[in-house]
Design a protein around this ligand. Sequence first.
Ligand SMILES: [Zn+2]
Length: 266
Amino acid sequence: MASNFTSAPCLAAITAITLAVSAPAPAGECSRKDALGTSRILTVDASSSPRVGLKSFPQTLPLEDREVVLTFDDGPWPGTTPKVLAALAHECVRATFFLIGRLASERPDMVRAIAARGHTVAHHTWAHPNLKYLKPEAAIGEIDRGIAAVETALRGAASTTPSTPFFRFPYFEMTPAALDNLQRRGIVVFGADLWAGDWNPMTPAQQLNLLTERLQISRKGIILLHDPKAQTAAMLPAFLRYLRDNRYRVVHVVWSGGRTVPDKAH
Ligand SMILES: [Zn+2]
């Protein structure tokens, strides 16, 4: 549909600023002058924000009115993730991808492509089970295997210490033991503040309407989307345009890079 972009110049601009994580990426740095752009970068770590997202927790990220954080779960997926990346690049917007380890191991090139475009690469288990139905040690094993697979794709080393310690539970189904484990390791647990329910079949237009209606109510927040969903990939260009036309601002979350492990973990 509307995903036939000529986004190469924008991709180059995004790549060039990947390393400058402390600097914002306003639309002015984008080759397309009326792009949405990333308005600011928000550094996050477990000492200040151990668990965020009002769907699951009492607190969320410190966002201002009309600020949103874009998050995509369950990729990478060959048929749709490239379309999502193209839509984000076209608007010079950076997002966070919570990857499934098994899929990352099958398409490490796509994991590196996500990172190379300046997006945050985060974690979402190895095979996306409901961790509530696993024994505690098996649940931690799922988390660690997923992290190791993504880190292998990113760095060529199967470390269970994530480069970016951001994790989201499949189905938002969490256990006290897994939450404790992640907190000890300084890994931030992401919930979400709003979603369109894109796991339910609907047309891109229906999904856009639902998401924008909910955003008009919440006015800000962590938005959950799924890049493997064709309806989401098809909707995204129009949604990003909606954000720009309605003066919303996209915030990119990155890890603070230090001091994430609480003292008690030592
Ligand atoms: Zn998921």
